[in-house]
Design a protein around this ligand. Sequence first.
Ligand code: CAO
Length: 457
Amino acid sequence: MIVDFKLPHLGENISSADIIKVLVKEGDKIEIDQIIVEIETDKATIEVPSEVSGIIKKVHVKEGTKAKVGEPLISVEVAEEDKSKIDKLEKVSEESTSEQVQLTSQTAHTSAEIENKKAKAESSPLHSEIKEVVKEHTHMPQVIDIPQDIVKTIVPAAPSVRRFAREIGIDITQVRGSGPKGRITIDDVKAYAKLLNEQIQKGGIVPGVQVGISKEPLPDFSKWGEIERLPMSNVRRKTAEHLSYAWNTVPHVTQFDKADISEVEKFRKQYSNKVETAGGKLTVTAILLKVVASALKIFPQFNSSVDMEKNEVIYKKYINIGVAVDTEKGLLVPVIKDVDKKNITQLSIELSEISRKARDKKLSLEEMQGGCFTISNLGGIGGTYFTPIVNTPEVAILGVSKSVFEPVYVDGEFKPRLMLPLSLSYDHRIIDGADAIRFLRWIVNALENPLLIFLEG
Ligand code: CAO
């Protein structure tokens, strides 16, 4: 049986993508989840995995060209054992809407057949059970408002799985994938839906569901003057949704402090040429990455996540730090992996690379995932202090503002010292105020006495 594997739906307002790399050729035997092409939208570079295994009969796209959503990427002669997978995909009404279909057999389906399948999927006990739960709770003053298409580009799930989630009212971004590379399966969605049901019954907090917040209708702004309505970019919509979720679910506290970075600045100036020759830019952000990595080792609760469903705290044994990057499209947070194992020159090079990639829209999904803690440095632009929002499921974020010379009382006299304002926002469910100020003080001390990193970090 030959199936066409088509370019999946990529999000609202995205009708096509650039084909960056074609990683397969005719005659290749491919496996499920094997990456077949790399595409680029205005948001990021995305690897498109196959949903079928078999022999490639035809490759329909070429590198450097554009493909429309729904256009066939490859035709595959599907292996026998894959037929059940296709059946399963069809069962969840992959073909039940008039929207783009990613996987279709060459056998045409009549609209009556499609309607039949849709009715079948919708009458399945799980489908109606979950719909019922969602419906039952929508009369409450709450929002079960789960925009799906914004994040399709960064959620590793097949369109059929996304569609299934959407049909039963589940926010797929909240579902943890158990498949290869964190891929979300239909079973993951069902398990999450079950959990959601249980949590709603218990009255608990459910990720992705904002309980107790009613929508306020917007006034008609045009009554007071000219207005213009423009669609939000994907990055902006995703940021808005993620930050609202973080703000609504995390009890935030922000702690402020100041570090005297006069000596760090001398070091930075002294070695900036050397680092530049190596391909990086020695900035306060690169130095902070090193300092924060040491602090996370000493204060492991800052390198954790909270699992309220299981009443557990997850401690991570690795140190990956996200850096907020201001781009034309909005805020992106690429993640530098294993920061504790890299020196400041390596971190400077990597930081320069990922910020460039973020601004050039070249970040891969992998480069934006797996963060343990975030640094947000607005100091290059200005400002004294700010209150950053914790980048959930992380539990703390360090905001950095502009360093300025201030008179500081040292050894009986005022001296001009370069002072760096720091703002630490943290999740008060897991971090107490005393822990937060100890953590921030350690960072300040390490910036003022970098040997502390070798002594304790
Ligand atoms: N105080 C004073 N000067 C600072 C500074 C600070 N805290 N941080 C950076 N600078 C200076 C740098 O030294 C550099 O000066 P020169 O060009 O004279 O060398 C200049 O500002 C620009 O720095 P940079 O941006 O090139 O380098 P960086 O490594 O410090 O920052 C990055 C990288 C990605 C963090 C930054 O470019 C950026 O995008 N910041 C915005 C982050 C953001 O939007 N956060 C808000 C998120 S909402 O919580």
